[in-house]
Structure formats: C-alpha cells, structure tokens
Design a protein around this ligand. Sequence first.
Ligand code: ADP
Ligand code: DP6
Ligand code: CO
Length: 318
Amino acid sequence: MTKLATARAHTNIALIKYWGKENVALNIPTTSSLSLTLDQFYTTTSVEFTDSSKDELILNGISTDSTRVSKFLDLFRQQEGNFSKILVRSENHVPTAAGLASSASSFSALTGAMFNLLELPNDVQEMSRMARKGSGSASRSIFGNFAVWNKGEDDQSSYAESFYDEDINLTMIVAEISSSMKKMSSTKGMQLAQTAPTYGAWVEKAAHQLEEMKAAIRAKDIEKIGLIAQDNALGMHEQNRNSIEPFDYFTVQTRRVIDFAKQCYESGLLAFVTIDAGPNVKIITDRASETELLNKFKVNFPEIPFEVAHAGEGLRYV
Ligand code: ADP
Ligand code: DP6
Ligand code: CO
C-alpha cells in the first residue's frame, strides 16, 4: 500500500520582519516577527515513500533540485528514526523565489504533509518549530490570520503562535512587479545584512515596533499598522544597502510604486508599503479603501498585475 499525505499552507507577509539569524544551523532569528497569512497565495504538497535512492522534488510538474528539501527531511529522519526516501510533489500558487514568500508556504505545507505521513501528533507548536528549520518564515504559515514568531533562544523556545485571531479588515494589494527568481536568496541576503554597521540599531528598534504593532492590531488601527510596518520594512532594506557587499532588491518600478503609495497617503487615503526579499510591493490598506486605491494604482501602473489579498487560513490537510 502506498500512502500519500497532502497538506496546503498559505504564504504570509511579515509586518515586522525576520531578517537575520542568531543561529544559522537552527534558524534562530535575531528578531521576533509578526505576520499576516494571505488568502490568495499558497502551496499544496504531497509526500509518499519511494524506493528511489534519493529524495525527489517535483515542483509545478518539473523535477527540481531537492537538496534543500532533502536536508529538511533528514531532520525528520534524525528525530523519528531513518525511513526510506521521499517523493515530494508540490504546486506553488505563488511565484517561486520572487519575494512573495514561497519558502514560507512550501516548508509549512511540507511540514504538514510529513507530520501526516509519519502519523505524528497534530501539535501546531511542534509543527511550527520544525517548519522554522526548513525556512524561518514557514514557522508562521502554520497559522492563519496574524502570527507572532517569538525568537526564543534555542531550538525549543523558537516557534510561532497565533496572535489576535480576529478579522480587522486589513487588505494587502500585491503589486507583482516581477515573478522572476531572485539572484540573492533570503537566506544569503539576511546574513549579509547582518554585516551592516546599522544592523544592531534596526534589531533594537524592531523590538519596540513589535510591541507597538501588537497594540495597533488589537486596536484595529490600520493607519498605525501601516506606518509601523512600512518603517520596519524600509529599515530592513537599508541594511542590505549598508552591508559589506551592498545589494538591493528594489527596482525602478519598486521605487515608483513606493512613491505613489506615499502620494496616495498624503492625499488622505490609507496606503502604506511593505517589501520582502524581492522587487514586489505589498500595499497595506483596509477593505473600505481597497477598490479606490486599486483603481488608482491600475491607472498609474497599467503594466503591473495587482492581486488583492486578505487574511488567509492556516495549514490544513487536503
Ligand atoms: P521566497 O521569497 O519565495 O520565500 P526564498 O529565497 O526565501 O524566496 O526561498 C526560495 C526557495 O524556497 C526556493 O529556491 C526553493 O529552494 C524553496 N521552495 C520554494 N517553493 C518550494 C516548494 N514548493 N517546494 C520545495 N521548496 C520550495
Ligand atoms: C524578508 O524565511 O525566506 O520575507 O529562513 O533563510 O529560509 P530562511 O529565510 P526566509 O526569510 C524571510 C524574509 C522576509 C521577512 C519575513 O518573512 O519575515
Ligand atoms: Co522565503
């Protein structure tokens, strides 16, 4: 009997970013982070045992390098006792490696599928801890809506949990400037950022921003949420430019979209930005403003595809 286990997880976008590792091997971050899981972007992953001599990854129907996945599966082997090789089939309903958090949805989905295949207890804390070791941001995609990843100080204490699971009418309009794979992976980019002389100050500020962000979410204050998230994200990208090998995920289009969001805010609309490790911009607004704001962006940037996203659900078996 061949057993197949399948799970689906959505991407999440951090309002307070994870951008640095205190422990690279264990993926312990330098900051705690807070995110919103999105309804529009997700990964579905199936796993089954195979007689093959190595783990295999079929991503969107194409046989793909499985090194990172295999390293992750070895963590399950260390913990649960050795088992045969695994055939992983995964579909990304999100561009891969474009700064739209494919590593978050994919390692969360893979974690869920493996817990199912190995019949491990359905313990979200345990899943979050495991997903973290595949990709840090994946620790948060176990949960729907808002999640906080408390940085912790060791393997046991570093995991994400659900935070304030209420609908606050937050909208993210995703400007898909490019779906190309990035040249600088998140893993590498954040470690370079840590060499910036200003990095310590960004980390220190992030701790305060996290507390302010939690209060703003509880108050359902979209303007405060947007202002803090924008400041945190722009600060993150400054570290890249200040690193010993300066680099930048922004393109000309990225800057134009950021500037236009600023103009919209100055004209009285709720419009803020957050950007991850890629050129794409997520515009933060609320449900009441999204249509008007979207139309403005479409008129100004007819060449850019926009996607309107809201809070999405956590990991589930399918
Ligand atoms: P992103 O911004 O998309 O999260 P990252 O640089 O963090 O970009 O991670 C991209 C990497 O995540 C890919 O190069 C690949 O190794 C891995 N990845 C993405 N999607 C999948 C998937 N569905 N299954 C397995 N690994 C994946
Ligand atoms: C900018 O989780 O992709 O999206 O742990 O090395 O896989 P690894 O990195 P990853 O980094 C995400 C960085 C970010 C911010 C965030 O999601 O918090
Ligand atoms: Co990622």
